[in-house]
Design a protein. Sequence first.
Length: 222
Amino acid sequence: MPVGPRSRRLLGRLARRALGAEDAVRAAGDLAAAGWQVCLEVHGPAGRRHVAELAGRVADAGLAARCEVTVPVGRGDGALVGVLSDLPVEVALAGAPGDVDPLARALPRARVVVGAGEPWAEERCRASAGRRVRLVAARGPAAELAFVRCLNVLMAGEGRPAVATVDPRLIAITGERAAWNGRTTESWEYVMPWGEPTEDQRHLLAAGHAVRVLVPVAGERA
């Protein structure tokens, strides 16, 4: 299913920079109407006011059930706990493990973003297998093996894995591991970058899989 014409006009801008909040929420609405799940992924600084405003726009647009917000977490962002726990949308936490994991422990409903190529990725997945985790693929044979090991842990866990890759082989492996573990299509999801959907992405959506599209949003201006 194609996205709406307004989102198509924004695709050229995406190649150059992240979108402003208004354009990003508009694109999210078009994507949700076409059947996709959405994540607005903040690129750059994300202060409390900026995050709260973006989440409010999502909720006001009636998209809270289909759209989450990825918040970049840095050192000293523990003060975000109060803000994030009160947001009307689901959030994902991205950043260095030492910054993300303490905040995640205080926010059990938040999604944790884990890069398959980062050190201790498998251990982080084991520690978070009962919650929402986004596993992000990385390039290289070692990273691919780590991806599969992390995937096995998450699919066997009780949480809701989200698998971010555009590699057809890793997409196929993900589907196989989900079936092996008796996963229903509602219990996990694929994650894809925003752009004109490929035939493979359309096929996944048409087959009943949950596919979440990442839309980049500009961070707070200094």
